[in-house]
Write a protein that binds this ligand. Sequence first.
Ligand code: FAD
Ligand code: SIN
Length: 527
Amino acid sequence: MRKLFERVKRHVDFLIIGSGIAGLSYALKVAEHGKVCMITKSNEDESNTKYAQGGIAAVMYSPDSHEKHVQDTLIAGDGLCDEEVVRMVISESADRIKELIEWGATFDKNEKGEYDLAKEGGHSEHRILHHKDNTGFEIERALLSAVHKHHNIEILDHHFAIDILTQHHLGIEVNSRTEGIECYGAYVLNLRSNKIETVLAKTILMATGGAGHVYSTTTNPVIATGDGVAMVYRAKGRVEGMEFYQFHPTSLYNPGESPSFLISEAVRGFGGILKTVDGKEFMQKYDERKSLAPRDIVARAIDNEMKIRGDDYVYLDCRHLDKSELIKHFPNIYQKCLSLGINMKTDYIPVVPAAHYMCGGIKVDMNGRSNIKKLYAIGECSSTGLHGANRLASNSLLEAVVYAHNAAMDAIEENKNAGFCEEIPDWNAEGTHYPEEMVLMIQSLREVQAIMTNYVGIVRSDIRLQRAFDRLEILYKENEALYLKTTISPKLCELRNMINVAYIIIKHARQRKESKGLHYTVNYPRS
Ligand code: FAD
Ligand code: SIN
């Protein structure tokens, strides 16, 4: 039966899409300057942020220095970081951490009352502030609590952003990805009422996080379907660096569990050692920093060992570490392993790489501005130039708060002269009356994930990318046809978004005729 959507139109000063660290910290900054509406597609705390384990990188004490953090970031980024951005983010790190603490986030301290700084891959110093092994949970909790207290911020949970509004919705086509496009708000599906609302805003922030679910195995929660990147790409926004999808080297090997549980890099920073299933160390063959080399190197090494040996996983060995300190630092990881019969004090932990972080995204300037007027993007969905070809561990939470600040300052100014585009029509549901065909959508999603995992994973080649491109094109055409006639739903939109994002990853990977950071291709090996 045909489903008709009731019309609702909202007017807000600042529209924020996404309630992770990026959206929440931006909201707290702009809220003194106008009405803030934050929409989020699931429970308000469901986000990649909530699952962050290791912590947030910042220079706190000597012998660490800004210069060391800058150099570590540049080295991990394999020559593709924007050095000006790297220096800006790192020089602002302490101020932004101070704000997080003022908003109520707590980080572990040692007996001397100083922050207990951890170490992770690619870092030359201990510089990771953390809250046990669930830092993201603590940050999300504190930010949400601060946001709830602010009278000017409204959070609409279970609201799904379908598309952003541009001239296209006024019947004007803009063909360029570089200029002339303007954003007026978003079409949003209220999942409680099933109404599609038109949210008009003076400025719009995209803070929708990553896209781990384009791959079969990921550490990301189910919300990570690349919606923001896909929406902006469809609206002719610029997207870059999508070939650099980061695989975390050590997710817990537990077939059938999705998302995969992460075994934090901080465990290796604490002394955990990678070994093959016959108990032999192998990282010395690949990098002098061994188990603490940057992620791209470690993930590739594990992938290679598994392939040449025919094993399904490698081991992380913590048995030699101080047992009470191990449990004190990693209580959640310890409990999770124990629940599967693995005692990390006495047993090896089986681990495999899993899709973890989208280094590329919506291209923005130092203030988080995209090429679309009045549209900002920050956090994991953005590409700022900080990460280059490979993100340094624990730099993403930092990037999110630094860009939340910069974007907020810019948007507050932008809002002063901005208005609403009242001519935007309501959502047109005409023709979209077929009930959703779950079997088609589930099968297509599995195919996307299989294509991406088998052909566009840790090791790539021209022929694999060509095959991925050809297969995906079929899925794209099938799904666009389905999208045009089916009653709108989050699953349908997410599938469409994941197909769009997979297409961009493949496109960018095919354009890069070299092995660089996370993009490794056998056709262009490193010299
Ligand atoms: P998210 O926190 O992912 O928030 C995105 C929000 O957008 C969610 O609220 C989501 O529901 C919403 N959303 C998405 N699409 C839509 C839509 N269509 N409509 C409405 N709402 C939408 N980084 C570190 O720096 N240190 C760490 O220790 C660390 N550990 C990690 C561990 C794990 C297991 C994972 C998965 C990631 C980790 N990361 C870590 C990465 C880091 O957590 C993320 O990059 C960061 O939290 C992203 O924040 P964000 O605000 O950009 O996005
Ligand atoms: C981890 O704890 O290993 C995740 C850190 C990160 O992704 O930055």
